[in-house]
Structure formats: C-alpha cells, structure tokens
Design a protein around this ligand. Structure first.
Ligand code: AGP
Length: 608
C-alpha cells in the first residue's frame, strides 16, 4: 500500500505535497518523491528512506502551482531512489498505488518500441504509455484514458505533464482515491488526511473512474470519457481520526483491511488453469519439486501461520514438514541440508531470531524462501527467493492482516509445490484456488456479522483473569493465535491448547471463572471437539464456540455459539481468526490498554 497526493491551485504546491505525504507515511515509508510544474517545466525530486530525506533534497525556494507526490510501500523493486515515485517518461510524471499485473508484458512491448526503463517497478510502464500517446498528439486526459485501457491489476494514479500546467489527471481501479474540493484549489489523495486541512468537501472516486482537475474545477468520467455525476461528501473526521480511516485504532483498521490484503496477496498469482505463479521468484521449480522436506521457521503470529502451512504442505504436497520457533531452531543442531526447503515467515522481515535461523539454514546448504510483507527488508534480501504478502504497512503491534495475508501466500505456495510434485491434480488445484479466491468475501461477511457479537462477549468477559483457547487440526494454531492476540493487547493470561490435550492437564483449570474459547468448524475432527466442549461444560466451564454452518449440533451445547461462513475445512483458519481478533480488540478496549502499542512489545523484534 502506498500513499499518493496531488495539488493544483494558486498556492505553492510543494509544501502542500510534502505535508500531504507526511500524513500518509503510515501507508508506506521506504521512499518518497514529488513532481511539480513550474514555468511549464516538469521537475522531480525523489529520495530513498523516510520523508525527511526528501524534504532535505528540496530547495526551500522552489515554488509551483501543481504537482503530485508519493510515499512508497514497495511491492515491485527494491526501496531505492531509482524505484521511488514519481516515475517519468519524457514529459509525463506518474505516481501510483497498486499492482499492475501485466507490467512485464507491457514493459517488453514498450522496450521493443525503443523505450528505455530506469526502474524495476511496475509503475514506470504507465508513464511510458502515457508519454507515447502524448507524442501521438493526444491531450493528457485522452492519453491517460487510453493508457489505462492497457493495464490489468489495481491502481490509483496521479499524472502531470510538462507543457500542461493547468491540468492534473487521476484515476482508480481497486485502490482508494479521494478528490478534495477547495476554493479554487483541488487535491487528490489516497486517503483523507492530506486534504482535511484545506477542505471538508470530498469526492470518492469509484473503480474505473478518472478525475480531471483544472484550476476552475473537477470533471469525473468513466474510462470511455462519459461524464459521471458524483456526490460531494462533507467529511466530519479530524485529521488524526482520518489517518486511521475513521477507525479508533490502526489494529481495528487493519482487521477490516484483511479482505483487501488477502486479495492483493493473491492478485496476479492465480493462473486460469489452476496454476500458481509468483512474480520475480528466483527459486527454480526443480528445488520446489525436489525438496525432501520443508522447514518452516518463524516467531509469534508468523509461527502460527507456519503450523497451518505445515498441514497444507503435508496434505496437498505430501511433503514432510518441520515447524520451529526461530529461537529454538538455531540451537537444536537442526538436520538441514541441500534437500531442505527452508521457509522463513516474517511480516517485518527484520525479526532477529528468524533472520539468524535463516542464515544458519543457508549455511547448512538449504534453499531459503522468505514470506515477507516488507519489500527490500533483510529477510527479503537474504533469502534465495521471496514471496511478498501485499498487506501494506501493518502499524498495530498485534498482527492481524499480516497473518491472513501470510496464510494466503503460504496456501498458494502449498498448491504450487503440490502441483509440481504431482500430488495435486490441476482440477483439485483449481477448485482450491477458487475457494481461496472466495475467502476475502467470506472474511467480509464474517466481519459484518461479528463485530457487535464480539463487543457483547467482551463486555461479559473483559474482567476474566484467564482464558483457555482450544482447537484441533487446522484450528489448533488458530486457538494459539487467538490466545496470543488476547494476551498481548489485553494483558489477560490466555493459553492456546490442542483440544485433545485438555484432558492431559489443563482440564484441572476449568471452572466458571475461566472462559473457554473453542474453535470448532464442521470438519473431520468436529465430533471430537464437540466432546471436548461437553467435558468443559460438565465441569462448570463457560464455552464460547466458533463454528461453521455445519456445526449446528453445538447449539445448546456451547454457552455462546457463533458461525462463520462455510468453506473447505483447510481454509477455515482464515475465517476463524477474524472473530478472535475482534474479541481480543474489544476486550482490550474495555480494559483501557494501548491497543496499537501494548506495553513491553515492539512491532518488530530486531534483537535476539
Ligand atoms: C503478533 O501479534 C506479534 N506482534 C508478534 O508475535 C509477531 O508476530 C512476531 O514478533 C513475529 O514478527 P514478524 O512476523 O515480523 O517476524
């Protein structure tokens, strides 16, 4: 997820653009840049790293009345100045948020027509397409409109061009873009914060719409040039609220971003014939096919992702898998060698224990893949191959959207390896990928169903001193994740346990004061879990159960029963995680803890 801004009016655009980027830094912060028009000429300033690097690269006396800006969360290409936006071709500069799926083909076609590229990004092709059409004599609006017709994927873009000082063109498909309507001045932004200091009047573009901003007004059209009537919204948010998209905390915002981050993580990776492709993936198929085992290593929530991925790889690819907590892996003299596929799962890409484990595995000859959310992070750079989760920056310390994005990426990897190893036929693979593609919509359904329910549960149990979370099979790691979410933001002691293990100890803890959360989808261990619920209730425990539509048998057996939509059993973790995230969030809220920055925790544990 990146942040884009734009301004056209009578004020100096440069400070407005920089201030706007500062308000969008939460969307990405690995490089930044602005393009601005002065005396009809186009100028660009870009820098790697934080926005302050860009600010120091801009001469104080620069003045312009129109420009665009970008703060980057890299998806394609390392975070460096060459890959920083705006990207330029000839007279055109473009800023872009999103992923252009067919950029490689477009880049090849443009190169065959003599175009030279200066970055590794997908965005740069947009500038070349538009400039090519300007050279054919089209006006900027038409050149942008026709170029958008060549693109596949998701975008929110801002475009300015030399020699056209009085127009700024914007467009969106799949990524947010808001138009600010000031008095004789107009704005574009990925989100509301940059415009709130200037106007409360906003237009929210819809997919496949364009906005043409001139000094005397804004015109919105579809991609055929047909005008679109748009409602002007009066925004009541404060700037601080707006950075969280109107949510009280980043964590809640990120919980609700999960459908989009799951879609973005799948985007462009599911082929039509049930195949899976990973862009810029440098581990050869022969290694994926020939590995004799996989070693999945991570910490915290990412370790829970690995526990689920183990089941997928063993079920779908019949590949033996070992899962280790990174800090344990390194000191157990692991049996790892050239026939081991090592997978490091890490949102930040900077977790010291995970990095050390990966270095150890590579030293022993293993091929290392990182599943990572930060382009250019250490884990991404040091692995033999990286598969990015496109979840955008996760600001809340408690990991939520990164978890379901990791599951999405790991499931794609399991299907890919299963197919390569001949264990998963194309029909089954296509079916499973179809189910995966339906998951974001089912997560949306779950979110809309659960928020109020979890709020009510939170009011009942926010004073509990202990929680027990139970699950079996695919739901055991979900139980662990639910317990981790609760303990790290509410400071309530919570323990995740394999449901079948309860009778081997934890059952001694059961009483009316310890709520027991049971993750119990209607799958092949459902009956066993239903018995565990009976065991808890017969000892006076209160059971909060989460099941799927097929789990009606639990009605009357659990004290509180909630349903998530049906899906194939192996994908239920992506749904079951959502109410547990909401429950933890609502309990923490009632307990007054700092949800986004819980005590003693850091977002990325870069020390061992
Ligand atoms: C999860 O909510 C925590 N923030 C923590 O357990 C986290 O998952 C762990 O530190 C691993 O971080 P990483 O994914 O960035 O490596």
């Amino acid at each position: 997820m990146c942040g884009i801004v734009g301004y056209i009016g009578e004020k100096n655009a440069v400070p407005i653009l920089l201030e706007g980027l500062r308000k969008l830094e939460y969307r990405g912060y690995d490089s930044a840049g602005i393009a601005f028009l002065r005396d009809g000429n186009l100028d660009i300033r870009r820098s790697a790293g934080k926005l302050k690097n860009l600010e120091s690269a801009i001469e104080a006396e620069i003045s312009s009345k129109a420009g665009i800006g970008h703060t980057r969360w890299a998806t394609h290409g390392r975070p460096c100045e060459a890959n920083a936006h705006p990207h330029r071709c000839g007279r055109v500069a473009v800023v872009h948020n999103g992923i252009i799926e067919n950029y490689a083909e477009l880049k090849a076609e443009l190169s065959n027509r003599g175009h030279k590229f200066s970055s590794e990004t997908d965005t740069e092709v947009i500038a070349h397409l538009i400039d090519e059409r300007l050279l054919e004599g089209l006006d900027l609006e038409s050149a942008v409109r026709q170029s958008l017709g060549d693109l596949k994927g998701a975008y929110a873009i801002g475009v300015v061009a030399e020699g056209r000082p009085n127009v700024l063109v914007a467009a969106r498909a799949g990524c947010p873009l808001v138009i600010g309507l000031g008095a004789g001045e107009f704005f574009i932004a990925s989100d509301l914060p940059p415009i709130l200091g200037y106007t409360k009047e906003a237009i929210f573009l819809d997919d496949y719409e364009m906005a043409i901003l001139c000094r005397d007004g804004v015109k919105v059209t579809d991609l055929y040039g047909k005008s679109r009537e748009k409602n002007v919204c009066r925004v009541q948010w404060s700037p601080a609220m707006a950075e969280k998209g109107g949510y009280k905390h980043f964590m809640l915002k990120e919980i609700y971003e999960q459908p989009q981050s799951m879609r973005d993580t799948s985007l462009g990776r599911i082929g039509h014939s049930g195949g899976v492709v990973f862009e810029d993936f440098s581990v050869p198929d022969s290694v994926l096919r020939g590995a004799r085992k996989a070693a999945l290593i991570a910490c915290g929530t990412s370790w829970h992702s690995c526990l689920i991925a183990k089941l997928w790889l063993e079920e779908l690819a019949r590949l033996p898998v070992e899962v280790d907590i990174a800090s344990e892996f390194r000191y157990r003299n692991p049996i790892v060698g050239p026939d081991t596929l090592f997978v490091a799962v890490t949102q930040s890409g900077e977790t010291a224990d995970t990095l050390a484990a990966m270095r150890e595995a590579r030293k022993l000859g293993a091929t290392a893949i990182s599943i990572c959310n930060v382009v250019g992070s250490t884990a991404a750079r040091e692995a033999d191959g990286v598969i990015y989760t496109h979840a955008g920056p996760e600001i809340g310390v408690a990991s939520t959207k990164a978890f379901t994005a990791q599951l999405t990426a790991l499931f794609l990897l399991a299907v890919r390896i299963g197919t390569l190893r001949g264990m998963l036929d194309s029909e089954r693979a296509a079916f499973l990928l179809g189910e995966l593609s339906a998951m974001p919509g089912k997560v949306e359904q779950t979110l809309s169903r659960m928020e109020e329910d979890m709020g009510r549960l939170a009011r009942m149990f926010c004073k509990a001193r202990d929680f027990l979370y139970l699950g079996r099979g695919y739901s055991y790691p979900v139980a662990l994740e639910g317990a981790l979410k609760l303990k790290e933001i509410s400071y309530i002691h919570a323990e995740g346990y394999a449901a079948g293990e309860m009778k081997h100890g934890p059952i001694a803890l059961i009483d009316e004061n310890m709520p027991v959360v049971v993750v119990a989808p209607a799958d092949d261990v459902f009956e066993k879990v239903a018995s565990n619920i009976e065991e808890v209730r017969s000892r006076g425990g209160q059971v909060i159960a989460f099941t799927t539509n097929g789990g009606r048998k639990l009605e009357g057996k659990a004290d509180y029963l909630y349903r998530v939509p049906d899906t194939v059993p192996c994908l239920t973790p992506m749904l079951m995680a959502v109410p547990l995230q909401l429950l933890a969030y609502r309990i923490a809220l009632l307990r007054g803890s700092d949800v986004d920055q819980p005590r003693n925790l850091a977002k990325s544990v870069t020390v061992e």
